[in-house]
Design a binder for this molecule. Structure first.
Ligand SMILES: [Ca+2]
Ligand SMILES: [Ca+2]
Length: 139
């Protein structure tokens, strides 16, 4: 399973509004970024299944449980993305370019993406559309 540090980085990344929890739209974005094509219905049922304390949002600990339950494939992707950020951002710029992202996703690891998929992923991450993917790991 992915180490908690990477999971937390991923979790924080998708917690756009900094509430410390993932709401439905944030969870949807996360799943899409991981290459899971999910419908809103599916997001809702995932949330329902994994929202352990039934408060309607996913906390970090629930998110970690979610990863455990949904097998090592998902965990591996999350970990790869987290690790890849650090590995490819050699100059510690704090962001990756679209080319970096394509290199990571199409050449790296157990889950090779097509160029189109990599671009979709990049666009999902590049929120302010400045062509740089900030990964904003707060330590
Ligand atoms: Ca949030
Ligand atoms: Ca919850």
């Amino acid at each position: 399973m992915a180490d908690p540090e990477s999971l937390k980085a991923v979790f924080d990344y998708f917690d756009r509004d900094g509430t410390g929890t993932l709401e439905l739209d944030e969870l949807e974005e996360l799943l899409n970024a991981l290459g899971q094509c999910v419908t809103k219905e599916e997001v809702r049922s995932i949330m329902a299944a994994d929202d352990i304390n039934s408060d309607g949002v996913m906390s970090l600990s629930e998110f970690i449980e979610f990863y455990k339950r949904h097998g090592k494939d998902a965990a591996k992707v999350g970990q790869e993305i987290g690790d890849a950020f650090k590995r490819f951002d050699r100059n510690n710029r704090g962001y990756l370019s679209k080319t970096d992202m394509e290199t990571i996703l199409t050449k790296g690891g157990a889950f090779p993406f097509t160029k189109e998929e990599a671009e979709m992923c990049f666009d999902a991450f590049d929120l302010n559309k400045d062509g740089q993917m900030d990964y904003g790991v707060t330590i």
